[in-house]
Design a binder for this molecule. Sequence first.
Ligand code: SAM
Length: 358
Amino acid sequence: MRIFNYAYFHDILMKSLCVKVERKQGEEVRKKLLEMGVLNKKLVIKRNDFLYIPILKKINLGFEILEKDFDGIEIGEGDYKKIVEIPDRLRELLPTSFDIIGDIAIIKIIDELLPYKKMVGNALLRAQINLRTACADRGVKNECRIRDLEVVAGEKKTETIHKEYNIKLKVDVSKVYFSPRLASEHHRIAKQVGKNETVIDMFTGVGGFAVMIAKHKKPKKVFAIDINKTAVGYLKENIKINKVENVVPIQGDAKKVMKNIEKADRIIMNLPHKAYEFFDDALNSLKDKGIIHYYEIIEKDKINNRISDLKKNCEKNGRKMEVVYLKSVKTYSPSEVKVVMDVKCTKAAREIFKAGLH
Ligand SMILES: C[S@@+](CC[C@H](N)C(=O)[O-])C[C@H]1O[C@@H](n2cnc3c(N)ncnc32)[C@H](O)[C@@H]1O
């Protein structure tokens, strides 16, 4: 009886010509070989300090050509499930999705699979050659929303540079919150920012929204606040790496910080577990006309109630509120979703007039 698929792979070990390249050049060379039609897609790329990319025939790209043994199986990018060395009965428990932040893979591993965490990590690294580290994710902790991570394969490091929409974000995934799934939101919001706008990013992390806005648009200023000192340290580095101006990093509790900064045309509230607690603070820091981008994890059947709550808060603040965009961006549990709402909050003319009299 075959217990490990691993044995099967070695049953069909095959000799092949290969190109030896430095790991940092790996992805570029693999793509080139693929374009030239000489990449042997039926064999698994080997990795140690170098990468050995199997090829179908000799070619001259200026790299050393060798002959080596390869595991014979066709795997596609991300197809790590086929090559994990675990008993077959557990294979269906392997997660289908995982996060990639820069060159680090982060995967949630259920208890039954924990004895095989190294194998899972190794398979991820073999299936995606641009990865250098695999981490097991043991959940998010404390108010800074930091993931409890364990490096299970590859280099023992947790710092990386993540690229999205032409910006680079340096991040230590074990010390600050970061999600690659926010990239399209960073970009969607940045596209809306008008010239000379003042923006407040209340929960900036390493600056995903703030840096994206400053890179792609011409805001007057983006105040970028986070309570986590390490996150603000990375934000400062990201401002330099991306050569952006007009981002003002501030470390502290947004509730307190907001009282001492100028009012904004646009406020981003990306603290989905407790955004509602900060909504009044955002209203007080918004100009007479402004937009709030509000994220919350909420029971599906409570979304309409929440919209009513937000409207009431606006009324108390002398404003009318209009929801101009509403989308559920992620399912959290069978009943909970993460929603994003863009809400336009406008002071009634009489409130503006009253304020003018004081
Ligand atoms: C969901 S993460 C933000 C991610 C970030 N917007 C991005 O795009 O990568 C929430 C952030 O809020 C920060 N935070 C939590 N409570 C805070 C508070 N009271 N004031 C300021 N920042 C806070 C956490 O440290 C964390 O970095």
